[in-house]
Design a protein around this ligand. Structure first.
Ligand code: DMJ
Length: 672
């Protein structure tokens, strides 16, 4: 309360003095705090002031009120801009947190663990209120933002539980622990037509994000064991091979193939699917800061397409992070010189820095499986970028092979010449190395494109008939159906482990409406693939087996030659087990996969981190470690294990996604 105004309005002194005096609050006759007295007293004081004094006081009031109004508005602006800046900052530095912002409870959003606690302390405890979706995606590229995981939800207690599972044997003994974890529902873009063969428009951002309302499926004990295995493998890679192609876990070093961080890229989407936030974020930083394709290095077109281009595209789809699409475009463009050949059948090798391509030194042939198993990736790259050249190049290869002579009831030879465009080394037919994924990609391209490209389906169904006619036999004593090889009319009872992709592919075809006997065949073949593990001393399959066609006392169905008894941690059997379990729900497939995981842990796990290929699956006391962890162990084997053990059919829904041959899921353009 103002009081006791001592005015000094003398001419020489141009100011007003307003003094606050407690004594003024005390009126004559003592303190009277009645409202009426206070009002009267104020009014009296006011009247005692000169006009000048009153004007000055009024002016001061007005001025203060104005200042107040201005600072209120600017604080609001500042607050808004601070909030926006922090969001932008998060988006730039780590793409994942922006997903958090879209819906923190339901997105996989790999990010620093402490950031989780800091920013979303409620995440581990309860479902936070829904926040409005933040539009994601690279508007500058005008690409379609994939609809992605809407349910990869992790809880910190899950991760803690994983950390405690240091030894897998502990997991085996553990009673069912109740660990709540949200599985992923990955919603690919469902609304897009396959690109036409004419001018393509790039995919545009969708206007509405898919919202998944389904209840999350809790993670189970076996999935936890896979997570633990992955983290152990990753630890080795991180400690001794970070940023290099492959870990050498025994010598605690690395090997280079292309010098492009192959294991790291191959493992990106596995980390996303397993919900390994910290690991993903760290790897993402490496991709952002250290992955450079402008290098004078020869890469194999097929391997770099399925592992690098495929890995980047699928990670883009799962995470929505445009960094991965940018990198995919970069490598895609750098691989294009491979197609500059007289026949348009691509060369096997490309120098991605120089932009030159060439066949291997000793031949002008390419491998049939290699030139026909790059299509899913390049077609998807065209769809995302609107640049048709990628799709044109790979479609041309398929059209060419479709009409080529030299097939045997749909079965293709293993080599094709880049000059003439003709098959070479005619007369040898296998579903194993050098031909395997030709068959896989016929079916998968047909599914990817919405089941419209009839030539692909035709070639696939013919080939399966060819397999039945020429390559199927049964072994003794267990009468296992297996896929052998044909060489110039002679049947060989040899089967590569690689052929074990076939049961899964057959099951996928049957699921997509192909003949029911494809599923029957898948069931018998997966049994054989399992026996390729179960009948061996370590419980791990060798690279190649020979089946006994005649019963002999004391002989099993399977013979293994010394040169073939290695195991490279390959995925094919686990891959097929995954498809079989998804389509039949028969738990035996999960149990078989669980046995395999345990045997990988027994015989290939390296104590200091990582897993190793082994030289001798027949010697449990010394499986002879090879000192190499292939990138596909993280990219494929452990991913398929995790999916096999999941009971959530929406964790990479097979009606919405198609896996490339390196287990990188890409969207089906027109899903069922
Ligand atoms: C992977 O690179 C791919 O699965 C490919 O199709 C075959 N070889 C390895 C795994 O065995």
């Amino acid at each position: 309360m103002y009081s006791g105004v001592a005015a000094a309005g003398s001419p020489g002194r141009d100011f007003i003095s307003v003094t606050l005096g407690p004594e003024e609050a005390v009126g004559v006759g003592g303190y009277n705090n009645s409202k009426a007295w206070r009002r009267r007293s104020c009014w009296r004081k006011w009247k005692q002031l000169s006009r000048l004094q009153r004007s000055v006081i009024l002016f001061l009031f007005a001025f203060l009120a104005l200042c107040g109004a201005i600072s209120y508005t600017s604080m609001g602006e500042t607050w808004k801009s601070i909030t926006n800046k922090s969001l932008d900052g998060q988006r730039k530095e780590q793409e994942i947190p922006r997903l958090k912002l879209a819906n923190p409870a339901v997105l996989p959003a790999p990010q620093k663990a402490d950031a989780n606690h800091r920013d979303y302390p409620e995440l581990s405890l309860q479902k936070p209120p829904k926040l409005p979706h933040v539009r994601r995606g690279p508007s500058n590229l005008q690409i379609k933002v994939p609809q992605r995981d809407t349910r990869l939800k992790t809880r910190h207690d899950t991760m803690r539980a994983v950390e405690e599972l240091v030894e897998v044997h502990k997991v085996e003994k553990t009673e069912k622990s109740i660990i709540s974890w949200r599985g992923a529902v990955i919603e690919p873009d469902q609304s897009t037509e396959p690109p036409s063969s004419k001018i393509m428009e790039p995919e545009k951002p969708s206007s509405v994000e898919a919202e998944d309302q389904k209840e999350p499926v809790p993670i189970n004990e076996r999935q936890l064991a896979v997570i633990e295995a992955f983290r152990h493998a990753w630890k080795g890679y991180k400690d001794f091979a970070w940023g290099h192609d492959e870990l050498k876990p025994l010598s605690k070093s690395y090997s280079e193939w292309f010098g492009l961080g192959l294991t790291l890229i191959d493992a990106l989407d596995t980390m996303w699917i397993l919900g390994l936030k910290e690991e993903f974020e760290e790897a993402r930083k490496w991709v952002a800061n250290d992955l450079v394709f402008d290098k004078n290095v020869d890469v194999n077109l097929f391997e770099s397409t399925i592992r690098i281009l495929g890995g980047l595209l699928s990670t883009y789809h799962l995470s929505g992070d445009s960094l991965f699409l940018e990198k995919a475009k970069d490598i895609g463009n750098r691989l294009m010189p491979a197609f500059k050949t007289p026949s348009k059948i691509p060369y096997s090798d490309v120098n991605i820095g120089r932009g030159t391509a060439h066949p291997p030194r000793w031949t002008s042939d390419s491998t049939v499986a290699e030139v026909t198993s790059i299509q899913l990736e390049f077609r998807e790259l065209s769809r995302l970028t609107g640049d048709e050249k990628f799709r044109k190049a790979v479609d041309e290869v398929m059209k060419h092979v479709h009409i080529l002579s030299g097939k045997n009831d749909g079965l293709v030879p293993m080599f094709i010449n880049t000059n003439s465009g003709q098959f070479t080394h005619l007369g040898v037919y296998t579903l194993g190395a050098r031909a395997d994924s030709y068959y896989e990609y016929l079916l998968k391209q047909w599914i990817q494109g919405g089941k419209k490209e009839n030539e692909l389906l035709e070639d696939y169904t013919r080939a399966i008939e060819g397999v039945k006619k020429h390559l199927l036999q049964r072994s003794e004593p267990k009468k296992l159906t297996f896929v052998g090889e044909l060489a110039h009319g002679h049947f060989s009872a040899k089967m590569d482990h690689l052929v074990c992709f076939l049961p899964g592919t057959l099951a996928l075809g049957a699921h997509n409406g192909l003949a029911a006997d494809h599923m029957k065949l898948a069931e018998t073949l997966i049994e054989t693939c399992y026996q390729m593990y179960a009948q061996v001393e370590t419980g791990l399959s060798p690279e190649i087996v020979h089946f006994n066609l005649h019963a002999q006392k004391g002989h099993k169905d399977i013979e293994i030659k010394p040169a073939d008894r290695h195991n490279l941690l390959r995925p094919e059997t686990v891959e097929s087990l995954f498809y079989m379990y998804r389509f039949t729900g028969d738990k035996k497939y999960q149990d078989w996969g669980w046995e395999i995981l345990q045997n990988f842990n027994r015989y290939t796990r390296v104590r200091t981190g990582g897993y190793t290929s082994i030289n001798n699956v027949q010697n449990p006391s010394n499986p002879e470690p090879r000192d190499k962890m292939e990138s596909f162990f993280l990219g494929e084997t452990l991913k398929y294990m995790f999916l096999l053990f999941s009971d959530d059919i929406d964790l990479i829904n097979l009606d919405k996604y198609i896996f490339n041959t390196e287990a990188h899921p890409l969207p089906i353009w027109v899903p069922a």
